[in-house]
Design a protein around this ligand. Structure first.
Ligand code: HEC
Ligand code: HEC
Length: 149
């Protein structure tokens, strides 16, 4: 909302990628509100979607989706994201902003055939493709039943 569209796109993409691939939460409040765990369990969301982020955290931490611990986790996570965005906005203002968080290699590879300017051009996505379509693939050739060209 506060940046010209082109630079806003670049900041948003970088913020999302940072969020997807960073182990969070990092923020420790002076006074925990819902639950105090030490160390506080972290996880990588691998997705900008709430559902995926929450469920991956539940899986790695062992806490339930409606637990106090999960509420605390999402509060801390939100603080982390707000802080990161402010840092990025300050960098833009100082003229020092450069995107630092590229998409992962597998997703980049998928995009060479499925995204803008590719032969198929049937998606516009930047989310990690493998999070929904298949797990643990490094090469297209390893994707079970994936069409070959
Ligand atoms: C070398 C080019 C290439 C790459 C790289 C590639 N695809 Fe595809 N993909 C294709 C082709 C060709 C089709 C078949 C399209 C059709 O039949 O319309 C296809 C089809 C699909 C489909 C449709 C499902 C199906 O079985 O028809 C999905 C989903 C898909 N790809 C996901 C991915 C994902 C996820 C990746 C990265 C892991 C990926 N693709 C990488 C070429 C590629
Ligand atoms: C959040 C989950 C999610 C992510 C992430 C995701 N997809 Fe999909 N994708 C879907 C769903 C759901 C469908 C629809 C499947 C259906 O209705 O059969 C779909 C459909 C597709 C199709 C058409 C499938 C067909 O049957 O023809 C292609 C191609 C595709 N996705 C490629 C990609 C690529 C490439 C990426 C990464 C840039 C990606 N997807 C990321 C969930 C996802």
């Amino acid at each position: 909302m506060v940046l010209p569209e082109k630079i806003a796109d670049s900041v948003i993409n970088d913020l999302y990628s940072w969020y997807e691939y960073t182990s969070l939460p990092n923020y420790t409040p002076k006074k925990p509100v819902k639950a105090d765990l030490n160390p506080f369990p972290k996880s990588k969301a691998n997705s900008p979607l709430c559902h995926v982020s929450v469920s991956n955290w539940c899986k790695s931490s062992g806490y339930k989706a409606f637990s106090k611990e999960r509420t605390e986790r999402c509060g801390r996570l939100t603080a982390d994201v707000a802080k990161k965005l402010v840092e990025m906005l300050n960098e833009v203002k100082a003229g020092t902003f450069v995107p630092k968080y590229p998409l992962d290699n597998v997703t980049m590879k998928c995009r060479t055939c499925h995204c803008k300017g590719s032969s198929l051009e049937d998606t516009r996505g930047k989310m990690a493709c493998w999070e929904c379509h298949t797990k643990n693939i490094t090469l297209v050739d390893e994707m079970e039943n994936h069409p070959k060209i």
